[in-house]
Design a protein around this ligand. Sequence first.
Ligand SMILES: *[C@@H]1O[C@H](CO)[C@@H](O)[C@H](O)[C@H]1NC(C)=O
Ligand SMILES: *[C@@H]1O[C@H](CO)[C@@H](O)[C@H](O)[C@H]1NC(C)=O
Length: 660
Amino acid sequence: MKLSIATFASVASIATAQQTMWGQSPATSTSGSSGVTTTRISTTTASQSSTLVSSSHPQTSTSGTFSYDSKTFYVNGKPFQIIGGQIDPQRVPKEYWAQRIQMAKSMGLNTIFSYLFWHYIEPQQGTFNFTGINDVASFYQAVRDAGMMAVLRPGPYVTAERDWGGLPGWLSQIPNMQTRANNGPFLNATAAYFNAVGKQLQPYLISNGGPILMAQIENEYGYVGSDMNYKQALSNQMASAFPNTKQYTNDGNSAGALRGGSLPGALAVVDGTDPQSGFTLRNQVITTQSELGPLIDGEYWVTWFDAWGPKNGHAGYNNGASTLDWILSNGNHFSIYMFHGGGNFPFGNGAGGQNPLQPFTTSYDYAAPLDESGRPAPIYSNFRSTCVKYNSAAPAVPSIPSLQSIPLFTLTPVAGLFDSLPPPITKSSPQVMEALGQCFGYILYEYVATGSASGQIQVGTGAPRDRVLIYVNGVRKGVLDAIYNTRPAVTISLNQGDKLWLFIENLGRVKDGITDQRKGIVGPVTVGGTVLSGSWNHYLFPLDVEPSIPTGSTKTVSSNTAAPVWYHGTFGNTQTGMAADTFLSLPNGIKGVVFVNGRNIGRYWAIGPQQQLWVPGAWLSGTNQIYVLELEPTTGNRVALGLSTRTWGNNPDPDCNNCS
Ligand SMILES: *[C@@H]1O[C@H](CO)[C@@H](O)[C@H](O)[C@H]1NC(C)=O
Ligand SMILES: *[C@@H]1O[C@H](CO)[C@@H](O)[C@H](O)[C@H]1NC(C)=O
């Protein structure tokens, strides 16, 4: 990808944007890094890659050591019990990283575990983005500033309820690609990724005086394979990217998984909610001396993630405090997954299962001790009571302002999404999303009938990928969606000259278990068995930037089967930082995407269980612009409001409530 002038400008403005801390005005805030931020965009012709970095990282002065014996870890030679919890930087606005880390420290944790998401860091092959939430070096600076330690979980595959488990969608376009395998094209791609991440994070390795103690190879690989050559190749790449850093593997609590995932030279770690059996199993199954060492529950699951669906509830929390106490009292170690889940904004969520598809919600609240908005959930104080018994250095819990309410305001329809289309890409058959250089978002497929056809429409072979809104001459005729096991048939009738629109959404690639992860249309589109051959126009809607709609534009929604519509609204705000946080509610909204002050904050969907979108106060100003893309607009009036308390719940599915 070539970087345009516009790209340079937007990166610079993001990197130099004022950071606002919780409950403080910008003028008095202190950020995790030095006050001066410079933006560097480097293009390395040798590797044909370009890198966007926001660098504000003072150099380290001292080096440290990390080691272990059979039971105990040592940091700089002193025993160190890992009381850890997971925060993924790319799920939290950068402005709030320091606050989230502080809340971890106050709960009595001393180590932050984090996944990195390759699909955000390298959005196009060879183009690396280390700005905004991808400025992971600044995250480790903030961890160090807080006096905490860190454990790095860089993937390349991370599961984590992410789109394709964090793998970039463009991998599917590389010939002979086989992911998570000892495969030349895959390992070539992972080498470039590790190399780029390594350049960012080397100053933050403990050997260079940073907080990063050790790095995880792959993720729960033992569930899917046991290829020593693959594990060793990743280990070698990581040894070069993160030199002098201890490595470990993290696997499920089963003998097969532990055997399959472990690698000589790397500490074998087990995860899950039953560390009693997990630790026993680890010591039974792992017999290679170089894989043995202290027992860590690498992911103590406080609870679970949420998937969209009219019958899918919100996960409640587990009170695991006594289990955590048992771990620590025996001199062992853990990481709480998640300490703070954050969100999957804009489109980073994956999906579970294969049939039907269960896409995960924008929120990754996880019922974690620290909720999506950065405030303690009820379980926080229970965990704190346990942790502080073993970590008396935990500071008091800082007070955090409540979220604000925003009074009801009007959303005005301002433009039809398809009223002014981007330039089309014309092909003789429908193409998959990734072949058009896009990994997330939506594509409009347009076909003008060259003859007559009527009957049931089939959009490609197999299940839809993923949600298809079907229009004939601008009128919605039905929806196909991979979330349904039994999909309703959509029947249409086309005459010569009729315009067929298929608006297709990537709801999130399955996190594991399937190999063909392409989105859009694979294979022919047929109506009543007739292949729609001839010219197909593709209009790309990645929705990575706010629409540019002239002020004063208006649009009338004249029917409940209209094409998607942009609504606009403004709302005031007098708060700063976390006191400005709010939960955005969109009554009467069915399904869509929201931009606040130019940022895509994710998807909403009336079916739930998520019912509001968390809006970071740090992204608000005095007057705020909101654009809502409603995919299924109705003729009724639209409003929005901000709530200070969120709710979870479900509504009937307006597109097919009896589908399962
Ligand atoms: C880089 O990533 C950040 C955070 O997601 C995003 O805001 C920014 O637009 C990206 N930059 C480019 C050039 O894509
Ligand atoms: C290896 O990856 C680079 C990008 O990192 C790409 O340009 C190159 O074509 C790849 N080579 C092979 C043999 O796959």
